[in-house]
Design a protein around this ligand. Sequence first.
Ligand SMILES: *Cc1c(COP(=O)(O)O)cnc(C)c1O
Length: 369
Amino acid sequence: MNNADKIYSLAVSGVQKLIPYTPGKPIEELERELGLSHIIKLASNENPLGPGKKALAAIQETLKDLALYPDGNGFNLKQALAKKYAVDMSQITLGNGSNEILELVARAFLTPEFEVVFSQHAFAVYPLVTQAIGAKAVVAPALNYGHDLDAMLQRVTDKTRLVFIANPNNPTGTLLAHADVEAFIAALPDTCICVLDEAYCEFVGDGSADTSIAWLNLYPNLLITRTFSKAYGLAGLRVGYGLSSPQLADILNRVRQPFNNNMLALAAAEAALTDTEHLQNTIAVNAQGMQFITEGFKKLGLEWIPSAGNFVLVNMKQPAIPIYEALLRKGVIVRPVGVYELPNHLRVTIGTEAENQQFLQALAKVTNV
Ligand SMILES: *Cc1c(COP(=O)(O)O)cnc(C)c1O
């Protein structure tokens, strides 16, 4: 075979057409491209305070053991999570980021015969994992940028094997009421798995982190996914988890890699769960920063979508890419969201006070206000 492009035609059809996820631009990449220093990245909803002291100490302590394989069952972390949420360890699936849990559920439950329902403007990974399997994505139109649960339910048929809900949603930051989410789950056929992606639940602050847990006893088809990447400040280590019925967790655990969480990640995540001070600090800095940034938008005459997460979508009322690029030249990395059908918006992660200031100053300059 001398035509290397022929390889493309051999891939399964879902993968042939797949456009991979575009991550936020790394700081080092922008440094290389523009020779800038003092770059700030407010593009991937990472914790601007970094990891907590307890997580760092646990990593340090674990370094000496790196020649060994990690605990493939993640016993200590699962035990800590089980205690925190008062669930059984058999209800937990650990993932290399919660992203891996989203992959596992697609792999374990989908074939090209099935349909997957999610909302317009929902997290980009849902269409990706659906398409990689060759299953059919059924997209419900959004309501005020958020999920329209009625519109989603209307699209559920006996072919629907999976629905994805992000609450709060990324990139819109929109939040659904608990009662509405539960009514939605209760109305689903028992042949349909409901993935409730709560990557940002720690920021919501209405007891959100506990409410949905109680539903696990009622709905064996419910999978809640959470992560250490956002509020816990450990995005670089890749650790997330699923909470579900033991049966659903058993299935997910069959398809995961034997050592999908590395040893440093397991140790750091377990320690991070005990660091309530760092979590509280993170939540407080986010709340203050959200207020500061949205006040800044107001002064610039810009509209934004009220957000329950650690990021906010601002409406530039014109194509956002040129503004994104102008901000890059000022050393500020934010996130364009054209792939989410929001070509005029930019998503900004709430940073430290100094970062938020630098961002607003740069934004004022590039918008000439
Ligand atoms: C960031 C994010 C995730 C995944 O994060 P991981 O780092 O893979 O845990 C999942 N869902 C949403 C909505 C997110 O924004």
